[in-house]
Design a protein around this ligand. Structure first.
Ligand code: NAP
Length: 288
């Protein structure tokens, strides 16, 4: 069994990104800028936002976190987004989800300039992605594809099963595997006989949000198992959706939690911001 070390790959890629950023800064005088907007005090969101800020600074980016109170109105949030849409020093804008219930998430995602939408959740970017012309790719599935590449796992011709159909993980994951010429099945909470279906997979991606849900019975001998889940057990310990200790006995490759998919998600977000900055510089260069 090979443990797929997302932490090590993320560190390697972030080191390379810091080098690319330094070169870009030297050549153009411009540094990629990422602004993260957090509304309210959801503890998990606060941790994610801190980690994003740390990674952005480590990459040599300009980084800002806007912390707004829970009582912020939709209009106030839209006004903040518009300010950063207009400000050319910022190439990536990320609104940390979930938002307080009185704010319409769709209206907020729609307001972000698609060129700065480094999460890839704007309908325009989603549409481009689904039609095979991706510009921004949701970070978690993008990170999983990097992990597969790093471990020389080519999805072409393989049978892949993705458990979970969210817009941020399950669906875009299925699309990327399809683009890589896997034969893909998406499973969800209404899927019948899930263990038997999952056992057909050469590549099994699990993104459901239920601690240790996927046991040995779900896994074919020699399968590649990717665990996206981030759950807390009764002691507050971070655990995945896959029962690692038993599944690792039969999988050929498996991602741990923590240290698997999570670090790759943040790394891909930084990559997207770097590329958004490069595209911005490209359009500037083409201006008369
Ligand atoms: P989500 O929006 O809640 O979607 C969960 C999906 O799992 C849904 O499609 C749901 O099916 C399906 N599901 C739930 N229970 C199931 C069951 N018993 N059997 C089969 N399918 C079931 O969650 P998400 O945002 O995709 O996140 C999934 C997990 O990944 C969470 O633990 C989250 O914290 C984690 N995550 C990690 C990262 C990372 O960077 N590592 C990034 C994002 C998310 P229905 O559609 O039928 O309800």
């Amino acid at each position: 069994m090979t443990r797929m070390d997302g932490k090590a790959l993320a560190e390697k890629m972030q080191g390379q990104l810091a080098e690319k950023t330094a070169v870009l800064k030297e050549k153009t005088g411009v540094e990629p800028g990422l602004v993260v907007i957090l509304v309210g005090d959801n503890p998990a969101s606060q941790v994610y936002v801190r980690n994003k800020e740390r990674s952005a600074l480590a990459a040599g980016f300009r980084s800002e976190v806007i912390r707004l109170p829970e009582t912020t109105t939709q209009e106030e949030l839209l006004a903040v987004i518009e300010r950063y849409n207009q400000d050319m020093a910022w190439h990536g804008i990320l609104v940390q989800l979930p938002l307080p219930v009185h704010i319409d998430e769709e209206a907020i995602l729609l307001a972000i300039d698609p060129d700065k939408d480094v999460d890839g959740f704007h309908p325009m970017n989603m549409g481009k992605f689904w039609s095979g012309h991706p510009v921004m790719i949701p970070s978690t599935p993008a990170g999983i594809m990097e992990l597969l590449r790093e471990y020389d796992i080519n999805p072409e011709g393989k049978k892949a099963v993705v458990i979970g159909r969210s817009n941020i993980v399950g669906k875009p994951m299925a699309q990327l595997l399809l683009d890589a010429n896997a034969t893909v099945t998406i499973a969800h909470s209404r899927t019948e006989n899930l263990p038997a279906l999952a056992r057909e997979a050469d590549i099994l991606v699990v993104a459901i949000g239920r601690g240790h849900f996927v046991t040995k019975e779900f896994v074919k001998e020699g399968a590649v198992v990717i665990d996206v889940g981030m759950n807390r057990d009764e002691n507050g310990k971070l655990i995945g959706d896959v029962a690692f200790d038993e599944v690792n006995e039969i999988a050929s490759h498996i991602t741990p939690v923590p240290g698997g998919v999570g670090p790759m998600t943040i790394t891909m977000l930084m990559e997207q911001t770097y590329h958004a900055c490069k595209r911005f510089l490209g359009t500037q260069a083409n201006q008369p």
